[in-house]
Write a protein of this length. Structure first.
Length: 243
C-alpha cells in the first residue's frame, strides 16, 4: 500500500536539523556483485532527489549505462521539514515500500536508526534492506559492478580509465574550484578524458549545471554544457529548477 506525506509545514514541525550524534553520513556501504547483493534483473531500487548532486551523478550513470533493467528509480520531494525527506504528490509515491518518509526505509534496514537520512539510497527489493547510501562509491560502482552486463565499448567507467576518473573526482571534490579549473580539465577536448564520455564528465556535469556560468566569459564550457544537455540521458536526469 502506497501513501503520500502531508505538505511541508515548517510552522508545525520546524526546520530539519541534522542529528548532532549521527553515527555517520553513510551507515550503509554494501557493494553490488557480491554474495550478499548479487547482480539480478529487477532486484534493486534507487531513491534519489533531483536537487542532490550526489544522487544526480548516480541517476545519470544508471541512464548512460542502461541499467534500468536492474535498478528501478523514484524521487523524494525537493523540500523537507523536521520530519525529513518525504514522498509527496510532486515527485510521486514510494513504489517499493509505500513509505511516506525516507527515514522509514533507513529504520527498516536498521531498526531504531536515528541518524542523518540522505540520498542516494540503493535498496535491495529481495532482501528488503539498504545496500548503500555512500554516494562516492555508488557513482563508480554502478558501471564497475556491472562489468559483466555492460558493453565495455559504451561503459562510462572502462577499467583502463578508472584511475584517471578517480583523479578527476578527487580534483573536483576540492573547494573552491570553478570555471578556470574546469576549462583546464577539458583542455579543448570533446570530453574530460578525450573523445569518450566517462564518469569524469558526470563529476564535472553536476558542478557545471549548478554554477551560474557566464556564457560569454566561458564559451567552451557553455558549449560543452549545452552539448551534453542535448543528450537524452542528461536531459532526463537534470532539473535545473531544483538547484
Amino acid at each position: 500500500m502506497t501513501a503520500l506525506a502531508s505538505p511541508v509545514d515548517i510552522d508545525a514541525f520546524g526546520e530539519y536539523e541534522r542529528p548532532a550524534d549521527a553515527p555517520g553520513r553513510e551507515p550503509f556501504t554494501g557493494r553490488l556483485g557480491t554474495a550478499e547483493f548479487p547482480i539480478e534483473p529487477g532486484r534493486y531500487h534507487l531513491y534519489a532527489g533531483w536537487f542532490c548532486p550526489w544522487a544526480h551523478r548516480v541517476t545519470l550513470s544508471r541512464a548512460l549505462n542502461g541499467l534500468e533493467e536492474y535498478i528501478s528509480l523514484s524521487w523524494i520531494d525537493n523540500e523537507r521539514d523536521a520530519r525529513g525527506w518525504a514522498f509527496r504528490e510532486g515527485t510521486g509515491e514510494d513504489p517499493v515500500n509505500g513509505f511516506e518518509f525516507l527515514r522509514e526505509a533507513y529504520r527498516l534496514a536498521r531498526p531504531g536508526y536515528d541518524g542523518h537520512v540522505s540520498v542516494p539510497l540503493l535498496w535491495d527489493k529481495v532482501a528488503n534492506t539498504a545496500v548503500s547510501n555512500d554516494p562516492a562509491s555508488l557513482a563508480l560502482s554502478f558501471p564497475a559492478d556491472f562489468d559483466a552486463v555492460i558493453d565495455p565499448e559504451t561503459s562510462t567507467a572502462p577499467p583502463a580509465l578508472r584511475e584517471k576518473i578517480a583523479e578527476v573526482e578527487r580534483f573536483l571534490r576540492l573547494e573552491p574550484n570553478g570555471p578556470t579549473e574546469w576549462d583546464g580539465l577539458l583542455g579543448g577536448r570533446e570530453y574530460v578524458l578525450g573523445e569518450r564520455l566517462t564518469e569524469a564528465d558526470l563529476y564535472l556535469w553536476v558542478k557545471l549545471v549548478r554554477y551560474p556560468l557566464d556564457d560569454e566569459a566561458w564559451p567552451a564550457l557553455a558549449e560543452y554544457r549545452d552539448r551534453l544537455m542535448a543528450l537524452p540521458a542528461f536531459a532526463a536526469t537534470t532539473d535545473r529548477s531544483t538547484y
